[in-house]
Design a protein around this ligand. Structure first.
Ligand code: FRU
Length: 491
């Protein structure tokens, strides 16, 4: 699999995840829309393939889906759960060269399981080979769709009253990182909070995926806070911001159908086109995974301006037994063996209070943690530098690093080892939490103000967490918790 597509929650609370899927191979090609459903976004039921290409030399690329409750399309007489999927039809010409990319529609009268291709497709065609990934949503009294003019670094915004006939309304272009092409635009309204955590209202945030040419190489998702009036999006500033500072967070999509009194929920593909086709899971006959579902809002603080906050969505659905809870971990080295967690997936958090301001710290002080396998000595590790001279572990001048260089199961020149995040501590506190799940680690700093997702491929599972807090004075308080996660393959 690669991109999530058409993600939505239906009226009964079932989450639908479609995804870019090749049913006849484990590498990209012959793209269909696979389908899975879930009640909690963790336990998934595989469903039959939802969308099959309507002809030879046609691939079904990414897109989105909505419930057409009021039958605006006229495709759903006498029902309120009709689903419209709008996707890119990508054609390959007889000589093997790239043909047009057009936007096409399919509809489902059984709540999103079986789809029929609309007979008058395509519904949007601008005679381009690089025009894709339609994201549809409802705005007050009309439908809105965003489509990437990929190589022009532009998102086209179109409007419609019936999901079939679309009028071009505006363009959003050349903002933040451009890379080689723009893909998978999304536009979402979410809560906006100040320094004190008080809600200030709502903000609109545009999301875009870039490939290749991201700052860490290959693929990345970026975002722009701003304003949307139903036809035009205006970014609040010209700053380039990335959603996730790891290398495996792409094609992020927001679920349609989340009630407006809840924060929006997203999911992304945990890979990078630079090496996605060569990962060692190929030997197990599968390739590609999704990230954790995440919930989001934005903050705007005097120090750092606009920031997207990301947190794992309702992780309690898979929280199991606490393996370790410890306090007063100053100046210690702690080893926690979690080899008895059957799923090999764990949630952990480390909280530090009483932290002095960075420039008041003269001798180097850091907190490091490592997940390792004691037999193969493989590891993934991370650390935060509170202040003082930087140690050699820290790439550049950034306080937080993440390093997957100790995993020996995959060798690719593009598989960068070290990642850095500029995020620092705030109000005398610093925290890190995350999930480690077999071959993915997702890290959240300071309650989700920064995140980093990386895949890693070890020969043996990582089963021990080492936490070290050298030279940390008594007035700083460190506590940690590590919880086993229940397998999401069992109900
Ligand atoms: C992003 C992407 C999309 C395209 C899909 C094809 O990863 O390249 O632009 O629709 O994948 O699978």
């Amino acid at each position: 699999m690669n991109d999530p597509c058409g993600v939505f929650r239906d009226e009964s609370g079932t989450w639908h995840l479609y995804y870019q899927y090749n049913p006849t191979g484990i590498v990209f090609g012959n793209q269909h829309w696979g389908h899975a459903t879930s009640k909690d976004l963790y336990h998934w039921s595989n469903q039959p393939v939802a969308l099959i290409p309507p002809g030879k030399n046609l691939a079904l690329y990414s897109g989105s889906a909505v419930v057409d409750k009021n039958n605006t399309s006229g495709l759903f007489p006498n029902q309120t759960n009709g689903v419209v999927a709008i996707y890119t039809l990508s054609e390959t010409l007889a000589d093997g060269s790239a043909g047009p990319q057009t936007q096409a529609l399919a509809y489902s009268r059984d709540g999103g399981f079986n789809f029929t291709h609309y007979e008058h497709n395509p519904i949007i065609d601008i005679n381009s080979q690089h025009f894709r990934d339609p994201k549809v949503m409802y705005y007050q009294d009309h439908w809105v769709i965003l489509i990437a003019y990929s190589r022009e670094f532009t998102v086209g915004i179109f409007t419609s009253t019936n999901l079939i006939n679309w009028t071009h309304a505006s363009n959003f272009s050349h903002h933040g990182f451009e890379g080689f092409q723009w893909e998978c635009p999304n536009l979402v309204r979410m809560g906006h909070y100040n320094d004190e955590g008080q809600k200030q209202g709502d903000a609109w945030v545009m999301f875009l995926s870039i490939h290749p040419g991201a700052p860490f190489g290959g693929t990345i998702t970026q975002y722009y806070p701003g304003n949307f009036n139903g036809t035009h999006f205006e970014a609040a500033d010209s700053i380039a911001r990335v959603v996730d500072s790891g290398k495996d967070y792409y094609a992020m999509q927001f679920f349609n159908g989340v009630p407006s009194n809840e924060d929006p929920v997203s999911i992304a593909w945990a890979s990078n086109w630079l090496y996605a086709q060569n990962v060692p899971t190929n030997q197990e006959n599968w390739q590609g995974t999704m990230t954790l579902p995440r919930q989001h809002f934005v903050t705007k603080t005097t120090d750092i301006g606009w920031k997207l906050v990301s947190k794992p969505y309702n992780l309690q659905h898979v929280m199991g037994e606490t393996v370790s809870f410890q306090q007063n971990l100053n100046n210690r080295i702690l080893a926690i063996d979690f080899s008895n967690v059957d799923s090999n997936a764990v949630y952990w958090e480390v909280n530090v209070t009483g932290v002095p301001e960075r420039d008041k710290i003269s001798t180097p002080m850091s907190l490091n943690f490592t997940f390792l396998n004691p037999n193969t000595a493989e590891y993934v590790r991370a650390g935060y530098h509170f202040g003082g001279h930087l140690s050699r572990d820290f790439a550049g001048d950034t306080p937080f690093f993440l390093d997957r260089g100790g995993a020996r199961g995959f060798d690719s020149v593009f598989f960068t080892d070290k990642f850095s995040i500029t995020s620092t501590h705030n109000k005398n506190e610093w925290s890190v939490s995350g999930v480690l799940d077999r071959s993915i680690i997702e890290v959240f700093l300071n309650g989700g103000i920064d995140s980093a997702t990386i895949t890693y491929f070890t020969l043996e599972p990582l089963t021990v967490m080492l936490l070290s807090t050298p030279d940390m004075p008594q007035f700083m308080r460190v506590s940690m918790r590590l919880v086993g996660l229940k397998s999401s393959w069992e109900s």
